[in-house]
Design a protein around this ligand. Structure first.
Ligand SMILES: *Cc1c(COP(=O)(O)O)cnc(C)c1O
Length: 217
């Protein structure tokens, strides 16, 4: 199947409230342009340098999402153009994003990453850390960062029950914070292998790479 057909067939199965992020990391600009020509305007990358180069080379009506783990010393390279940063998981990173956004006179939307998987290696906050970050006076005084939702990644496993349990857990955390915070509207969960399940569990944003662009090396 072609990239355009993949995009259209995935889009046709998504409920209206679910946004598709086309994860284009490692793929060449020609591949991204095929998706663009099929109507896709939101692309996700996991390396800041690569995202900046693609942003420079591609049409200006694209929204660029940073979906990978972010090092604080690289925030400045995406602050002028990034539309949403998915994997924010520390106050230190929040501070740096706020600082760099202020320098370019922007307000940058971010998602806080929550640790829901069994694996130790996946980044993210637990519920208590989320609570203390959102309620800290330091955070509340920041004017150039806006937390608009949560993001999570399930354990890499074929066990659907386990994935479902993890997504359901994230959704319940999301709901418990969203009742008190009207800015929290986005729940980013679900990738090629598990996005249908994620949507059943309440996802509003899916990050899909290999089912659109094919496998990565
Ligand atoms: C690579 C990546 C994806 C996309 O993964 P696929 O399995 O190719 O759909 C989604 N989210 C994150 C955070 C990623 O790094």
């Amino acid at each position: 199947m072609s990239i355009a057909k993949n995009i259209l067939s995935i889009q046709s199965t998504l409920p209206a409230q679910v946004t598709l992020v086309a994860v284009s990391k490692t793929k060449p600009i020609a591949a991204l342009m095929e998706a663009y020509d099929a109507g896709q305007r939101i692309f996700g990358e996991n390396k800041i340098q690569e995202m900046a180069e693609k942003c420079e080379a591609m049409p200006k009506d694209i929204q660029w999402h940073m979906i990978g783990h972010v090092q604080t010393n690289k925030v400045k390279f995406m602050a002028p153009f990034v539309n949403l940063i998915h994997g924010v998981d520390s106050l230190k990173l929040v501070q740096e994003i706020n600082k760099q956004a202020a320098k370019v006179d922007r307000v940058i939307d971010c998602l806080l990453q929550i640790h829901i998987a069994e694996e130790e290696t996946k980044f993210g906050l637990d519920e208590q850390e989320l609570n203390s970050l959102l309620s800290s006076s330091e955070f509340q005084e920041m004017r150039n960062i806006r937390i608009v939702g949560l993001m999570g990644m399930a354990t890499f496993t074929d066990n659907k029950d386990q994935i479902k349990k993890e997504f359901t857990h994230l959704k319940s955390i999301f709901d418990s914070f969203a009742v008190h915070n009207s800015q929290l509207t986005i729940l980013s969960m679900g990738m090629s292998g598990d996005y249908q399940l994620a949507i059943e569990c309440g996802s509003t944003m899916v990050r899909i790479g290999s089912s659109i662009f094919g496998g990565r090396n």
